[in-house]
Design a protein around this ligand. Structure first.
Ligand SMILES: [Zn+2]
Length: 126
């Protein structure tokens, strides 16, 4: 009964008063635009962004670049030791990987396809 009375009075109130237009929600950033990632990054994220902008590689990710794989422009393989095992997918649709040891020094060829790989010294992040 009480619920019915409340519902009825609410319905009457809704009928009599018109809804005022609700102003659009505004945030503090709306006036100046949306901040970029660089502007709002803090802590470790900010340190990493700055390091990446300066060209250093804070996590030793060494994002792969396009190498020709030729003797002049070999695929660079980072290693913390003087050798590393490398898997070469010789052709794009190959299902088998050719594994071989890559040693420090001059560029070596993949025994199957002939692409050149060269070991480069790399340090672990601190
Ligand atoms: Zn290969």
């Amino acid at each position: 009964m009480a619920a019915r009375l409340l519902l009825r009075s609410a319905f009457r109130a809704a009928k009599t008063c018109r809804a005022a237009p609700v102003p659009a929600l505004t945030r503090g950033m709306a006036a100046g635009g949306i901040p970029t990632d660089e502007e709002q990054a803090t802590g470790m994220e900010r340190i990493i962004m700055k390091a990446m902008q300066e060209g250093s590689d804070p996590y030793n990710m060494m994002k792969p670049k396009e190498y020709a794989g030729s003797k002049v422009d070999p695929h660079l393989v980072p290693s913390i030791t003087n050798k590393r095992i490398v898997g070469c997918v010789c052709e794009e649709d190959n299902t088998a990987v050719v594994w071989f040891w890559l040693h420090q020094g001059e560029a070596q060829r993949c025994p199957s396809c002939g692409s050149h790989y060269q070991l480069v010294a790399h340090e672990l992040p601190h």
